[in-house]
Write a protein that binds this ligand. Structure first.
Ligand code: FPP
Ligand code: MG
Length: 298
């Protein structure tokens, strides 16, 4: 099923009739294609759902090209990021190409789906901006973190599920919540893996978030659980290149203070709620996608 989405994206790129765009697209890792899988599982496979899935994946890929420039990240999914190979300008401009072609094609779906997806892209952009703003200082406010990850990551998953339900003529509210919960849980686990996994496993430098100033959920919980001396040590490391000593201290403290378990449980509660909603709707196949959000190591 997902192969049809890959072919559709390749077709959209070929329609640009620019060798450069085809060559740049060939350099992009495809990733998990979670959003496309979500759409096809909810709405089944036909030309409209394949187009919608392809468009969403192109917008997502564009956002990651920009995100790697913004995050000073040079590795994505174990491969050099496009900005690392060709520089920031090329990464931004190719992101714009993917994004605008996706938007052009979105017009051929229907007005309702176009509105759902384009509104999510507004949220996505606001979320990225809020991520950057929040990283300017140590953020201890969990509600700000949750709102930002909803915007940055969950909005497009929520929109994918809602758009798919709309295309399939299914009542969209439960699917929206399903997509939103999955998105929030996905980002929580992404932020946790940044701390718990090795660079080799992640395919990108580990513990990069905190160096970039991002006080993700594990850091918020760690700060809450530490004594005053520990809190001062953690604050002093914010936005700094972390030494291996400090890396060990952060990981050990998070483990000992139950931070890792707390974050995992929080993501699991969201996924369980999503699964239960889908069971009620008779959509047992959507359980596997939901489980894969939390049972992953990269
Ligand atoms: C990854 O977060 C970033 C996103 C999911 C959203 C990025 C959005 C934009 C750059 C704005 C919209 C732009 C366009 C072209 C539509 P992360 O940095 O936490 O995850 P990572 O570890 O995978 O980099
Ligand atoms: Mg990033």
């Amino acid at each position: 099923m997902i192969a049809a989405v890959e072919r559709k994206i390749e077709q959209y790129i070929a329609e640009l009739k620019e060798k450069d765009a085809t060559a740049l697209y060939a350099k992009l890792p495809h990733g998990k294609r979670l959003r496309a899988k979500l759409i096809l599982k909810i709405a089944g496979s036909n030309l409209t759902t394949i187009k919608t899935a392809a468009i969403v994946e192109m917008i997502h890929a564009a956002s990651l090209l920009h995100d790697d420039v913004i995050d000073d990240a040079f590795v994505r999914r174990g491969k050099p990021a496009l900005n690392a190979i060709y520089g920031n300008k090329t990464a931004i401009m190719f992101g714009d190409v993917l994004y605008s072609k996706g938007f052009y094609e979105l017009n051929s779906i229907n007005t309702e789906v176009s509105k759902i997806i384009s509104n999510a892209v507004i949220q996505l952009s606001l979320g990225e901006r809020n991520d950057v703003l929040l990283s300017q200082s140590f953020n201890c406010d969990k509600s700000k973190y949750l709102h930002m990850i909803y915007q940055k990551t969950a909005s497009l998953m929520e929109a994918s599920a809602q758009a798919a339900a709309t295309l399939a003529g299914k009542p969209s509210e439960a699917y929206r919540t399903y997509g939103r919960n999955l998105g929030i849980a996905f980002q929580m686990i992404d932020d946790l893996l940044d701390v718990t996994q090795s660079s080799q496993m992640l395919g990108k430098p580990a513990m990069h978030d905190f160096t970039e100033g991002k006080t993700t959920l594990p850091y918020i919980y760690l700060y809450e659980a530490l004594d005053e001396e520990g809190q001062e040590r953690l604050l002093s490391l914010h936005t700094k290149a972390i030494s291996s000593n400090d890396e060990v201290w952060i990981r050990k403290s998070m483990l000992e203070l139950g931070v890792i378990q707390k974050c995992t449980l929080e993501a699991k509660v969201l996924v369980d709620e999503a699964i239960s909603l889908m069971r009620d709707a008779g959509e047992n196949e959507l359980e596997e996608i939901a489980r894969s959000m939390i049972d992953r190591s990269f």
